[in-house]
Design a protein around this ligand. Structure first.
Ligand code: ADX
Length: 204
């Protein structure tokens, strides 16, 4: 591909101006963990809580993104890499637009999560490891996918026939077996403590 003739252009209205208008600091909350670990449920609760407190948010979730923009991708290592690359670029655009973006993807490879992190400023990325033991995810098996993966009906299944790199140094580790309310409070407290959430928004 010849990218020589492509040049980045800064337009008049900046990220700072867009976020000032929204009265918030834009950033990404990146949830990673096994299938069935609870990422989507936690992401939804964080999204709801922030929205109710007056923040402008957007939630990107694996199954949704994969049914639209990434419907051409499967679960080989290369496709997962491309999945995360595109989502990270999309999340960056949302951050640029002034939003708080909540991403919930297995994102099994440390390299791809690092790539996503490196796309934004160092204080714009909060990695949350949803730590739920594989046995618990297998037991939950909400979509019966572990059962199919064990029988060999689904290949490259994370935790069964495809690897998951545990995060090395995530900002937050949540115990996927905790009550949803406790986990949500843990994440929101972190965000408050580290100045991600301005005080002007009402706390409940
Ligand atoms: S990722 O690995 O590329 O980050 P992503 O989060 O987008 O995965 O999608 C994961 C979802 O796809 C799972 O929750 C599950 O419902 C579904 N899925 C289908 N096949 C697989 C597979 N082989 N491995 C993992 N998840 C799969």
């Amino acid at each position: 591909l010849n990218r020589q003739n492509i040049k980045w252009h800064d337009f008049t209205i900046s990220k700072a101006q867009r976020s000032t208008l929204k009265n918030q600091k834009p950033f990404i909350i990146w949830l990673t963990g096994l299938s069935g670990s609870g990422k989507s449920t936690i992401a939804n609760q964080i999204d709801k809580t922030l929205h109710q407190r007056g923040f402008h948010t957007y939630l990107c979730d694996g199954d949704n993104i994969r049914s639209g923009i990434n419907s051409d991708l499967g679960f080989s290592d290369e496709d997962r890499q491309e999945n995360i690359r595109r989502i990270a670029q999309i999340a960056k655009l949302f951050v640029d637009s002034g939003l708080i973006v909540i991403c919930a993807f297995i994102s099994p490879f440390v390299r791809d999560r690092q790539l996503a992190r490196d796309l934004v400023l160092s204080d714009e990325f909060v990695e949350v490891f949803v730590d739920t033991p594989l046995e618990v995810c297998v037991q939950r098996d909400p979509k019966n996918l572990y059962q199919k993966a064990k029988k060999g009906d689904i290949g490259n299944f994370t935790g069964i026939s495809s690897i998951y790199d545990k995060p090395v140094n995530p900002e937050i580790i949540v115990d996927g077996q905790n009550e949803l309310e406790i986990t949500t409070r843990q994440i929101i407290s972190y965000l408050q403590k580290h100045q991600f959430l301005k005080q002007t928004h009402e706390a409940d």
